[in-house]
Design a protein around this ligand. Sequence first.
Ligand SMILES: [Zn+2]
Ligand SMILES: [Zn+2]
Length: 353
Amino acid sequence: MHEIVVNLHMHTRYSDGSGTHKDIAAAALKAGVDAVIVTDHNVLVQGFEGYYKEKTKKILMLIGEELHDQARVPQKNHLLAFNAQRELAAFVENPQLLINKVRDAGGMSFLAHPDDPAAPAFNETDISWEDWSVQNYTGIELWNALSELKTIVPTKLHGAFYALFPAFVAHHPIPATVTRWDDLLAQGQRVVAIGGSDAHALHMSLGPISRVIFPYEFHFRTVNTHVLLTEPLSGEANTDKKLIYEAMGQGHCFVGYDLPAPTRGFTFTAQGLDKSVIMGDELPAKNGVTLQAKIPSGAEIRLLKNGAVIQTWKNKLSFAHITTEPGVYRVEVYRRYLGKLRGWIYSNPIYVR
Ligand SMILES: [Zn+2]
Ligand SMILES: [Zn+2]
């Protein structure tokens, strides 16, 4: 497989971000990601998809959309739509209809920031996902860098601290979202997890000081979705777009918090009697399955079955675990950074049936 680093979920001046598509391309080139997916609110912006180059480096920009009903109070149920070939903002009133329309248009949908609590110190309301009766979506945004910020800023002073020292923000996905994901998986659903930055590059003024807080480039170095492609990127935008979205749709991806150390190189695979699979895939339990993971540098690895940790390895670079028990298996990896043990890698599951 060919791993690429994708940063997804960000806003430009077409909605409530402060930068342009060109700014995003420049920041992505600097940060060294392979692709970005820009998702402005309720508008599928045309004309910016394609490769952006600088000297020997290039990045692929894809354009999706973040959809929600702006007439709803509060404005909950945000949906990320990728690869839908048409504007879908007319269907935001009914989340299930919207999900169906994304699918009809050949696209994928992910429930954005499923838990996104209020931050009263900043007049920010709770915009969590509310309608859990929905079906047939592709997955959820397990780790949203901005939702997490809302959970750690009880006062304006906290906000100022994190604005000045953004590396302290990310700890792990919001636990309620992880529990929700495990519950959905336990019901037999396949739910692909992705990580999003929700980058806005907002301006903040404190007296005479004015600066961009959480700039795009910072976000592109933090929570990324690492996608495992069947072929390397070709350099042709349409071919590569198809490769990336196919892999994401199958859950051939993991969420990596790349700031403490690069997560590039992580693998989670399973070998059965007849075949080998990667995360996102299914395998029969019969005759035994060997689950294996490798991490790029030393950290604490946890193997989970149906949402519960069944084994932990500390300071190891890999593990092998043999089982004959059906279940949904996934891996979490933790690493010490800035004085705390923080979530580093969240794999998609391997479904042993
Ligand atoms: Zn949103
Ligand atoms: Zn957003």
